[in-house]
Design a protein around this ligand. Structure first.
Ligand SMILES: Nc1ncnc2c1ncn2[C@@H]1O[C@H](COP(=O)(O)OP(=O)(O)O)[C@@H](O)[C@H]1O
Ligand SMILES: [Mg+2]
Length: 278
């Protein structure tokens, strides 16, 4: 169910020119617009990637369609897209919303953590599962995450240490360039999809360290793909429906390729996994 935006908070950094907004449910959403400077298709990529990562039990934000009414746009003079020196209006309708897990005025959310803290995050193993996903989905961008302190109760990772009661957690964000971004193709390049700090991969000793995600992708249910597809707002698709179906068929066909893609990455950049033992 779409949610209406009720307040514009501020513009955020990043190539998609996202804006932070409060919605009618009182939660805060990072909103990417259909007319963003990257491409309309990145909204679809975000939507699908979050659904697939959620199935893999990796921490991603809740996602929803955010409705911007003409009245809201009219009443938000700071809401616009910058195209060179020009200001372009944001169209009314449904846009992509990624929910902030915490209240932005009460809990700090970080784009980066120093290595010392990064080593202590409670769900560090999510970075291994996410690499499996990024290889499968041919994410053409490097891996991005946000970090914040939270109680462990709602943040139990699938693998790794049992979380301490309160600790730092990572949430995987920015999947606009999954499926090779607007191109919707699979042009694999060995080092794409990596996080820029290799310490998150220190627990990798062999291909087996990427379980259970390798198996989960290998037998990834078609129903999960179909139901994510059905929930995409129709306005985002325009004429893309059959191309998207073709993309997802190709994605299903390459479920078994991930081990080979990770081995390729290891061959090209052994330093990515300093503890890999032959
Ligand atoms: N769900 C979220 N929770 C908290 N912060 C977020 C969330 N999604 C995005 N952000 C913040 O918004 C910024 C821009 O979002 P991102 O998806 O990276 O857009 P871009 O494609 O423009 O890089 C991120 O760098 C991050 O700081
Ligand atoms: Mg980004």
């Amino acid at each position: 169910m779409p949610l209406r935006a009720r307040a514009l908070i501020r513009k955020l950094r990043g190539g998609a020119q996202s804006h932070l907004m409060e919605a009618e449910d009182g939660a805060f959403y990072v909103v990417k617009f259909t007319k963003n400077p990257q491409h309309r298709r990145i909204l679809i990529n975000e939507w699908l990637a979050c659904a697939f990562l959620r199935y893999l039990q990796i921490h991603v934000p809740e996602t929803t369609a955010i409705q911007l009414t003409p009245e809201f746009i009219e009443g938000s003079p700071d809401l616009y897209l910058s195209v060179g020196p020009r200001r372009e209006p944001v169209p009314p309708g449904l846009h992509f919303g990624s929910r902030m897990a915490v209240h932005p005025d009460r809990v700090a959310v970080f784009d980066f953590l120093p290595d010392k803290l990064l080593n202590k995050i409670e769900n560090r193993a999510d970075f291994l599962g996410t690499l499996v996903f990024d290889k499968w989905a041919c994410n053409a961008d490097s891996r991005q995450a946000v970090f914040f302190r939270a109680r462990a109760k709602t943040w139990t990772p699938i693998k790794g240490e049992r979380p301490a009661r309160v600790g730092f957690f990572a949430q995987m964000i920015d999947h606009g360039f999954a499926f090779n971004g607007p191109h919707w193709s699979f042009q694999d390049s060995p080092i794409q999809g990596l996080y820029f700090r290799d310490s998150v991969y220190h627990d990798v000793h062999s291909l087996d360290s990427f379980q259970p995600w390798l198996d989960m992708v290998q037998s990834f249910p078609i129903e999960v793909i179909d139901s994510a597809l059905k929930e995409i707002p129709r306005d985002w698709l325009e004429e893309d429906e059959s191309e998207l179906e073709g993309l997802l068929e190709a994605l299903v066909k390459r479920r078994g390729r991930v081990p080979e893609l990770i081995e390729d990455l290891h061959r090209h950049k052994p330093s990515a996994f300093p503890n890999w033992r032959q």
